[in-house]
Design a protein around this ligand. Structure first.
Ligand code: PSU
Ligand code: MN
Length: 300
């Protein structure tokens, strides 16, 4: 596997120098945000991480090569090429062997970041248990991947396109750590509050760094820690619920299934809200990048 990985000059230099690093996923660029904003947001995220004293490592697969850190041309390829599939952990070896290209989900990004020795990861929303999973068995591989990796993931909770309660139960079962950043409520991505309580709250980055270090001393480091960072300017609740209802109905009507469900519903939110969800999504990912960089710096 190691030989399939190519580090950008910036990331290789940071690893050699022991600098703080933050991993970034690429599915959000290729399948989560519309063009051309996707490229602009990807560039902006990297900039924010650098401004906070860490080095960004955006992860993706291009023509069979696993990239940890993307040059601008490679970021452009992920944002604009039409042959970029969505890879979870199980797809990685298949994409590499067939020399294809793919964006990495939270699961696949965390897997590769862990190989690279990166401990902190910023994203927007996690995958989780889909509505109706008791029949469809549709639970994101993000959850099982994170139950096996030494990784701290900063996100804005999960979207209400999922079954939030079931997702929280699965996080507990899988022993994935979960803390709210300056909140006692689990965030619902576009909404600051998904409607569910959190048992643990942290109010500053030093507390998070202390938890990450304690995980190693207690032997629970190979199960991820999720830092749930709520959006500041949330979507108006009625509008949100309306987009959700129409999106779920449309997905059912169009027979959208499996890994296509999440990108389909994200695209529905973006078009139905005339860009409001895109603006909120952008704010979320930028805020998570800043917090992740602060955590990475605090760990050094
Ligand atoms: N949730 C979001 N935005 C996203 C995703 C999830 O709010 O862009 C992406 C992430 O890459 C996540 C993936 O890892 O979707 C989960 O997809 P699935 O449900 O098919 O496992
Ligand atoms: Mn799925």
């Amino acid at each position: 596997m190691k030989s399939a990985i190519k580090y950008s000059a910036e990331v290789a230099g940071a690893i050699a120098a022991g600098k703080p690093l933050v991993a970034l996923e690429s599915t959000i660029i290729s399948h989560g945000l519309p063009r051309p904003s996707n490229l602009a947001v990807a560039i902006e995220c990297e900039k924010i991480i650098r401004e906070h004293g860490a080095v960004p490592a955006t992860i993706a697969l291009l023509d069979g090569v696993v990239h940890v850190g993307l040059e601008i041309k490679e970021l452009e390829a992920i944002a604009n090429r039409d042959d970029i599939s969505k890879a979870s952990v199980r797809d990685l070896a298949i994409i590499v062997a067939s020399r294809k290209s793919a964006a990495t989900t939270v699961a696949a990004t965390a897997h590769i970041a862990a190989i690279a020795g990166i401990k902190v990861f910023a994203t927007g929303g996690l995958g989780g248990v889909h509505r109706g999973a008791n029949e469809s068995f549709d639970e994101s591989a993000d959850l099982t991947a994170l139950s096996q990796l030494d990784m701290t993931v900063v996100c804005a909770g999960v979207k209400s396109i999922l079954d939030v309660h079931a997702t929280l139960e699965r996080l507990e079962t899988l022993a994935i750590g979960l803390v709210g950043y300056k909140t006692n409520r689990f965030p619902g991505f576009y909404l600051t509050d998904s409607g569910f309580d959190l048992e643990h709250r942290v109010d500053n980055v030093d507390e998070i760094a202390a938890i990450i270090k304690a995980r190693t001393s207690i032997g629970t480091q190979f199960k991820a820690l999720i830092v749930a960072n709520p959006v500041k300017n949330e979507m108006e609740k009625n509008r949100h619920d309306q987009f959700l209802a129409t999106g779920l109905a449309k997905a059912a009507h169009d027979g959208i299934d499996g890994k296509a469900v999440t990108p389909f519903l994200l695209e529905h939110f973006h078009s139905a809200s005339h860009g409001e969800s895109l603006a909120i999504n952008t704010e979320i990912i930028k805020s998570n990048c800043a917090l992740a960089a602060e955590i990475a710096v605090a760990l050094i």
